[in-house]
Write a protein of this length. Structure first.
Length: 204
């Protein structure tokens, strides 16, 4: 998976590749899907949600550029797989998910994979993280019609936000970089995510 889906497609950063190697993807899917866990495809995880294909996770993390010591917020915990990879790359990892059953399942998946220290909570991720905390990196794992304003307000100076932005069927990865000179927005490759449901996202 790492060789064919990441390295050969331009994700060459050693830290990212090592993080993927450190997290056993098959522990984050149903046992019946374990033999497909490392394939180049999204996989269902229940509740109408999916785990993204390895490449798109790697690409979003490549755009995010998490550094040791960074505080990173993930919107859309899902299976917990992406948060587990982020924990190998950043300092603090907080993740918020609107579906309580997935939050519980992600916690169990982290336990089985031997990953600790992730702060997972249930809530409307389009409204950001509860409390005043800001983040060096924010990664949105579901499609939004635009980047939710509350997330932009939580992005620290020098921070980066990555989100799939567009319609309910197809989106493009959008990178927002905040610097002393203002905010820079760039768009990258097309993608297809489930909808980000919430007050600042799609209606349920």
């Amino acid at each position: 998976m790492v060789q064919q889906q990441l390295l050969q497609r331009g994700i060459e950063e050693a830290r990212i590749l090592e993080a993927f190697l450190a997290v056993p993807r098959h522990l984050f899917v149903d046992e019946a899907l374990a033999e497909r866990a490392y394939s180049d495809t999204a996989l269902p995880i229940g509740q109408g949600q999916t785990m993204s294909q390895p490449y798109i996770i790697g690409r979003m993390i490549q755009l995010l550029r998490p550094q040791p010591g960074d505080a990173v917020l993930e919107v859309g915990t899902g299976s917990g797989y992406q948060a587990a990879i982020l924990k190998h790359l950043a300092g603090r990892v907080a993740t918020i998910e609107r579906l309580p059953a997935l939050v519980r399942r992600a916690a169990e998946n982290w336990r089985r994979a031997g990953v600790s220290g992730i702060d997972g909570r249930t809530g409307d991720g389009t409204l950001g993280w509860p409390g005043p905390e800001s983040f060096d990196g924010i990664i949105v794992a579901a499609a939004a019609p635009s980047v939710p304003r509350p997330l932009l307000e939580r992005l620290a100076p020098g921070g980066r936000l990555v989100a799939p932005v567009g319609g309910a069927v197809e989106q493009r990865l959008r990178l927002v970089e905040r610097s002393a000179d203002g905010t820079r927005v760039t768009e990258h490759e097309s993608c297809a995510f489930v909808r980000c449901i919430g007050r600042e996202g799609f209606a349920e």
